[in-house]
Design a protein around this ligand. Structure first.
Ligand SMILES: NC(=O)c1ccc[n+]([C@@H]2O[C@H](COP(=O)([O-])OP(=O)(O)OC[C@H]3O[C@@H](n4cnc5c(N)ncnc54)[C@H](OP(=O)(O)O)[C@@H]3O)[C@@H](O)[C@H]2O)c1
Length: 336
């Protein structure tokens, strides 16, 4: 295979707060892999529009964005070159890789120890690595989900949510899946969600109070706002509310909410609210990756890739805006 002398990647050239105007495609000179490294030809890259927009606002607390800043996190592709000492991987292997700055580019250099070999470089893998890993670690390690639990999942048809909901079902839970788009309800049913809730046409508070008077054992929230407030008010005895994001207001002015102090809601129930940010739990990634791939290859997980096609780095902004419009079904992916 002939390797190029240079390739294209997407960078933040200016932090405007908006993905489209902050980013542009630039050329990167070819870099040979060093000892223990491989070069991957990226075939599909995953969108993380909330995180990426936060990068464009320089609003990720543990990242200091100094342009030019390489964009994208996860990709799947094929190994095209191996550096000295790489014995576990070969040219032609299909792999998944996840690291800040590695996704939105045609080729990437990666440490062989951080690459996960997969059967085929398909878009579906991007629902699992790293999104599915976050779903699994957040639900199991932070939510401490147990068989028989009643579990509510917001944005249950989204990239993260559809895997959270399926893992909860596999764990033997009763799953309530939320969407703000009635068109996604049939899909939630197909995923095995016991009680889809259409937030535009039903009151979440009324549904829980009428149908789940015992409350929620686990609430896995990535939407925030009123959904978060409702989950908080309806935790069961020893219920766990996992904060996995707040898509609905992450880029808005911080809202000050007048409410009783949180201990009034939690103490008597021994309930808790727990933050989850995947980068704080690296010790669980390898085991979760192996288990989630095994579930997928055994046909026990249905990965949903959003059907809207996005082709090439030039359409990355379209893909990110599509996700932020809320119209997506599953993981939004760019084919490279
Ligand atoms: N904690 C972690 O480690 C971790 C890891 C991955 C992702 N996340 C976070 O999890 C969230 C989901 O990420 P994702 O990439 O998988 O996205 P996604 O869930 O595929 O897409 C976002 C979904 O949120 C729902 N939504 C509700 N209110 C919205 C609003 N005002 N604007 C847009 N969408 C709204 C929409 O679904 P409905 O219309 O169906 O409600 C939309 O499809 C993000 O906040 C992300 O940052 C956290």
């Amino acid at each position: 295979m002939t390797l190029p002398s240079r390739y294209r990647k997407l960078v933040i050239h200016e932090s405007t707060g908006d993905f489209r105007s902050s980013t542009r495609v630039v050329w990167q000179d070819w870099v040979d892999p060093g000892p223990g490294e491989v070069v991957i030809r990226n075939k599909f890259a995953g969108c993380n529009a909330v995180f990426d927009k936060n990068l464009c606002r320089n609003a990720i607390r543990y990242v200091n964005v100094v342009p030019p800043f390489d964009m994208g996190i996860e990709a799947v592709g094929e190994i095209v070159a191996c550096g000295a000492g790489v014995t576990t991987l070969r040219v032609g292997d299909a792999v998944a890789h996840s690291k800040l700055g590695s996704g939105f580019r045609e080729y990437q250099v990666a440490s062989a120890t951080r690459v996960i070999r997969i059967r085929e470089a398909s878009a579906e893998i991007l629902t699992l690595i790293p999104t599915g890993i976050s779903a699994m670690v957040g639900l199991e390690r932070v939510g401490e989900v147990r068989s028989g639990d009643t579990v509510a999942v917001s944005a249950a048809a989204g990239g993260l949510g559809h895997i959270v909901a399926q893992i909860a079902k596999l764990a033997g839970c009763h799953v309530i899946g939320l969407t703000s788009d009635a068109r996604k309800i049939p899909l939630l049913r197909e995923l095995g969600i016991d009680r889809p809730v259409d937030l535009r046409n039903e009151s979440l508070r009324e549904v829980i109070e009428r149908e789940y008077p015992r409350g929620l054992d686990v609430a896995y929230d990535s939407v925030g706002g009123e959904v978060f407030d409702t989950f908080l008010d309806h935790l069961a005895m020893r219920g766990r509310l996992v904060i996995s994001g707040h898509t609905s207001d992450f880029d808005k002015t911080i809202e000050n909410v007048a409410q009783p102090r949180i201990y009034r809601k939690l103490y008597w129930k021994s309930a808790s609210v727990r933050g989850f940010q995947n980068q704080a739990f690296p010790e669980f990634f390898d085991e979760a990756a192996a288990r989630i791939l095994a579930l997928y290859y055994a046909g026990r997980l249905r990965p949903l890739v959003d059907p809207t096609p996005f082709q090439g780095l030039e359409q990355a902004a379209d893909a990110e805006e599509h996700l932020l419009s809320g119209r997506n079904l599953g993981k939004v992916v760019v084919r490279l």
